[in-house]
Design a protein around this ligand. Sequence first.
Ligand code: NAI
Ligand code: MG
Length: 493
Amino acid sequence: MQIAETIIPAFVNGSKQLFIGGKWQPAVSGKEFDAINPANGKLLARIAHGDAADIDLAVKAARRAFEGEWSRWTPYDRQKLLLRIHDLVQKHFDELALIETLDMGAPITRTRALKDWISQVILFFASQTAAGGTETPRNSLPGQMMTMTHRAPLGVVGGIIPWNAPLISQWWTLGPTLATGCTAVLKPAEDASLSTLRLAELLVEAGLPDGVFNVVTGFGNGAGGALAAHEDVDKVAFTGSVETARKIIAASASNIKRLQLELGGKSPDIVFADADLDIAVPGAAMGVFGNSGQICVAGSRLFVQRGIHEEFVERLTQFSQTLRVGDGLDPAVQLGPLISEKQLERVLKYVGVGREEGARLSQGGNRLGGELAPGYFVEPTVFSGVHNEMTIAREEIFGPVISVIPFDTIDDALRLANDTKYGLAGGVWTRSASTAHRVSQGIKAGTVWVNCYLPLDPNVGFGGYKMSGYGWKGSSEHVESYLYRKAVYMNIA
Ligand code: NAI
Ligand code: MG
């Protein structure tokens, strides 16, 4: 495509190496794999194919850094580093957004719009560097006993992140690592590693000490599995599928490492008949279609009160037809491609299953052809008259597919909403404060939005319940989870 060829940043080119101990180096095996632009299937760059040997080098570098000079950095030193990184990330944000769009397909308007949000995330972690100080709780022990509880950095953290928003996900490991004085090895997803590698260059420019943050690119069952199982890693922070989380939990048994898991969802978004449909229709639609449905919190089970079900489906269908799908480099595009051929096949398979199980396909459902044929594009898709027992209402599709499910009463809505193995998020659209309150209390999930969907503040944080995982991201709780506690009993008699 014309625009792509004229504006590709110089960074997206040639071979990209691993970032270990502050140095760029090829994989021990010398192997590489392709970084592909999902909008056209074309090669962007070659990426070092890291494996267990590279993970071991990176963990050793992270351990050395943890024990070294970095351990003597004061909270204010680390805060200043984070603020320098903040300024560099802001300065280079257009380039980072462009790299992300090329590598994982999200529209440029979407990746550019992350600028303020990522600024807030970095500023939040910069504000936390002196958090978790010493407390002096009272005790009832005989004699002159003083008791203190300290918090100390956990050590080496392994970050394993997915491809749907690496520009954000990388910060959920990097932020708390730098805030607390831990060190980290990050394994980006094989489908979207480039923005993390560019970030590593900016970290060097900001003065990051060698080994504090390392990036090993590679595949899940190679580099990912080796990081999850490594005996000198103290904690693994993972975002991705339940299936992979099970392997990570099993691997954590090697040294009883701590885990933070943010997994998928099948989040309920509930529209009551009294809702303002002018905001509910686009809000609920983009709560799934944004990022082409590749959103962990996607409100993909859309419960609509029976009285407005037909009208709602019609308006949702009309809205979906206005969405512009295409190469995300075009600023008019609202929906980009799916990440890969594999994800495209997965999503189309679910569309087929939905039809077979008797759901009504009200809109979309097809791969887009013509000039979009070389990319992995699917139309925004709406199924209506869906039952909560159908496969498309139970399994995470991770594509632009909404299942509209009718309901009658609040009690019905809550029963159906909670009849899922997941508990990541949910939403409710209503003009009634009482309905909003009851439903937000009743949904069993880590985040509930009322008359909106998707806004997140790093100071508030988010996390999963049930099979959506555990460990809160954002807020002081996230920082606390990178520290361990120690009590000291001091006999001062
Ligand atoms: P995945 O969970 O396999 O991949 C996520 C990350 O884990 C990647 O970096 C991958 O390399 C790594 N990984 C894979 N196998 C591993 C292993 N054995 N040990 C350690 N790390 C490993 O997810 P995938 O295959 O990319 O997508 C499959 C489905 O997972 C999606 O369709 C979606 O339903 C769900 N998913 C949910 C995400 C979320 O944000 N909650 C993000 C990505 C995927
Ligand atoms: Mg790619």
